[in-house]
Design a protein around this ligand. Structure first.
Ligand SMILES: NC(=O)CCC(=O)C(=O)O
Length: 296
């Protein structure tokens, strides 16, 4: 696929809509994350270049790809956006490989607060979006998993949509996937794809990861990409893996297992319109009796 294919607007759609006749190639990088921050970042950069060789236009990394996932690590690994080591490396990699990079997440330091933050870089290396995880992962499943991000992290306070060659793409981070209203608003604002860097665990992963991805795709009639770190059974927090891509029909079109790897797929945004016109739930909502609105 050539880079020019994504600039060709499908004749069925007016200019400025998000639909393209060929789409674009996305790469979901399921990498191993270890204790060594510089090594993690170097690995991510290597995977970005490899994905470019595979023809990718957008490369997405997993949640917490430069740091082990755990509240005790976030302060030590945190850095400022956009001038920290990880930001600089992602910016350079995006520019050199000439791809858009959805930079998974990093622990971000801002003043005296820490956030779980996704940065997005265009193919010139410019920071074009920054999403701070809105819903912090605070759960307690007795004898299985207790996690409390809010012990050290602050929540973001806004939703994030960015543009990729005229197409709108929405961002959420892991636990954000559970909140259907957030996905609904991003869909309402024109997104045809939602990308969620995430690291579900060995309890909720098998139960909910794919189900939630398919749920968001089905109820918003759009593409959903879930990007996890690879599973490391020696880590304090063991990630489920299984990076997954779901189409607007709610079907899983590609997924990885738990091992390191990269999922590469050609996303056709015209399927969004196909599903929405076949099953027109967007026009059938009863906003006279309920509604979902953005406040920030
Ligand atoms: N990192 C996270 O937000 C994990 C979310 C998760 O595992 C869940 O079940 O939700």
């Amino acid at each position: 696929m050539s880079d020019t294919s994504i600039d060709a607007v499908h004749p069925r759609f007016a200019k400025n809509t998000m639909f393209y006749n060929k789409g674009f190639r996305i790469a979901l990088v399921q990498m191993t994350v270890g204790m060594d921050k510089s090594k993690n970042v170097a690995q991510a950069v290597k995977e970005i270049h490899k994905a470019k060789e595979g023809g990718a236009h957008i490369v997405a990394l997993p949640e917490c790809f430069n740091s082990p996932y755990g509240t005790k690590y976030f302060n030590e690994y945190a850095e400022e956006v956009p001038c920290g080591e990880t930001s600089l490396a992602l910016s350079k990699a995006a520019a050199e490989a000439q791809v858009f990079v959805v930079g998974g997440t990093v622990p971000e330091r801002f003043g005296n607060k820490l956030y779980n933050t996704c940065t997005v870089w265009d193919n010139k290396g410019t920071l074009i979006a920054q999403h701070r995880k809105v819903h912090l992962f605070d759960i307690d499943i007795p004898n299985k998993i207790t996690f409390k991000e809010s012990e050290v992290l602050s929540p973001g306070d806004k939703l994030t949509v960015f543009e990729f060659n005229g197409a709108k793409i929405g961002l959420g981070i892991c636990y954000d996937l559970r909140f259907a209203e957030m996905a609904h608003i991003m869909a309402k604002e024109g997104c045809g794809l939602l990308i969620y860097p995430g690291a579900f665990n060995m309890t909720t992963g098998p139960k909910h990861w794919e189900l939630l991805g398919r749920g968001r795709a089905t109820d918003q009639q759009l593409w959903v990409a879930l990007v996890s770190p690879a599973r490391d059974t020696t880590a304090g927090y063991v990630a489920w893996g299984h990076s997954t891509l779901v189409d607007p029909w709610g079907e899983v079109v590609a997924k990885l297992d738990e091992k390191p790897g990269t999922l590469i797929y050609d996303i056709d945004l015209s399927i969004v319109e196909e599903v929405r016109s076949s099953i027109p739930i967007r026009l059938q909502r009863r906003t006279d009796i309920y509604d979902t609105v953005r406040k920030n």
